[in-house]
Design a binder for this molecule. Structure first.
Ligand code: ATP
Ligand code: FE2
Length: 331
């Protein structure tokens, strides 16, 4: 089965074409176009317009690159949520048009669950992981328990990527600031005491962000502050992930989301995993960030497990929670 997936929850519009091969996911193509505003933030309607402008060409280019004829597509999938309404609607509208034109079934999938399934689908040995999903808007620790993907911990305010980008904006770094903060932190070493906020299994970053901004105003020591931000936030993320692993008795950990590109975060989580005798997994970068291939792959899993959707039911859900999905494709 070949599926074309459209991802459009926020900044990125992505089109991926994947094929199922021996129960694993073979990515035929995975193209992404990222909207950037001059000010660095995201204006939902402008992002949606950006997606609308590029989507038709992305689809054509994807088919060409994958060497797949449109008629060979068996299924069309799209990200139903969570995300920004105008962006989600643009992706869903394109998916409906494609499904009707090709006369092929359509399926809407949960974006966060797709981040986890693409790891299971593409990485050997990654079967039942705890996912640490760290992106701009999202920060969640997700694992499978009793028929559903459950959120064991999450941010109470902003996503970790958002925290890094906001700090970057205050101190004059270009968007996205995450990679720049990673570079600057390499030259830092003096630790500034920043708020380490964990409540139960949940995390908060906005207090730390304010404190880091104040340190910067006072000391201007950007490298040390970047170092301190990474050490503090990544330690908190690793702690919550470890507690979820202990609680669920799972011995695999998977990273996902744009912040998973960060070597210090990878290193901390990998160390925690090895100290517990657990396995550590991280997909290739284009499968970590928001992408169409993960949406296509989850579409295949759901469709093959019997989930079928009519066009009239293919509505978006801005607040589509991870644990709302009935996981019909796992035992
Ligand atoms: P979502 O809609 O899932 O929240 P997103 O639109 O934020 O996703 P992603 O590509 O998953 O998109 O993540 C982007 C985030 O990743 C940005 O906040 C960026 O600063 C951060 N990021 C990228 N590379 C690094 C890095 N090396 N270190 C830290 N953060 C990084
Ligand atoms: Fe994402």
């Amino acid at each position: 089965m070949i599926c074309l997936g459209i991802e459009g929850t926020a900044h990125s519009i992505g089109v991926g074409i994947v094929k199922e091969f021996k129960k694993k996911c073979k990515v035929l193509t995975n193209l992404i176009k990222i909207y950037r505003s001059e000010q660095g933030g995201i204006h939902p309607r402008e992002a949606a317009n950006h997606h609308a402008i590029y989507l038709a060409d992305l689809i054509k280019e994807s088919l060409k690159k994958a060497k797949v004829e449109a008629r060979d597509i068996d299924l069309v999938s799209f990200s139903r949520g969570p995300g920004l309404g105008p962006c989600l609607r643009t992706a869903a509208t394109a998916a409906r048009a494609l499904s009707l034109t090709l006369n092929k079934p359509i399926i809407g999938v949960n974006h966060c669950v797709a981040h986890l399934e693409i790891g299971r689908g593409t990485l050997d040995g990654c079967n039942d992981p705890v996912l640490l999903y760290t992106s701009g808007a999202n920060t969640q620790v997700i694992a499978f328990a009793e028929g559903r993907y459950r959120v064991f911990g999450e941010t109470l305010d902003i996503g970790i990527g958002n925290c890094l980008d906001k700090f970057g904006r205050t101190v004059g770094l270009d968007f996205p600031a995450g990679p720049k903060i990673e570079q600057l932190a390499l030259n830092g070493g003096n630790y500034y005491n920043l708020p380490y906020t964990i409540k139960g299994m949940d995390i908060a970053f906005s207090g730390l962000l304010t404190a880091a901004e104040q340190y910067y105003k006072k000391h201007k020591n950007l490298e040390d502050i970047c170092y301190s931000i990474q050490e503090t936030t990544f330690a908190a993320l690793t702690e919550v992930t470890e507690r979820a692993m202990a609680h669920t008795e799972k011995n695999e950990v998977l990273l996902g989301g744009g912040v998973a590109a960060n070597k210090r975060l990878r290193n901390m989580v990998a160390t925690m995993a090895s100290e517990r005798g657990a396995s550590f997994y991280v997909p290739s970068k284009d499968l970590c960030i928001d992408n169409g291939a993960m949406i296509a792959w989850l579409g295949i899993l759901m469709y093959n497990s019997g989930v079928h959707m009519e066009i009239k039911d293919s509505i978006i859900d801005q607040r589509f929670r991870t644990d709302m999905v009935d996981v019909t494709w796992r035992e």
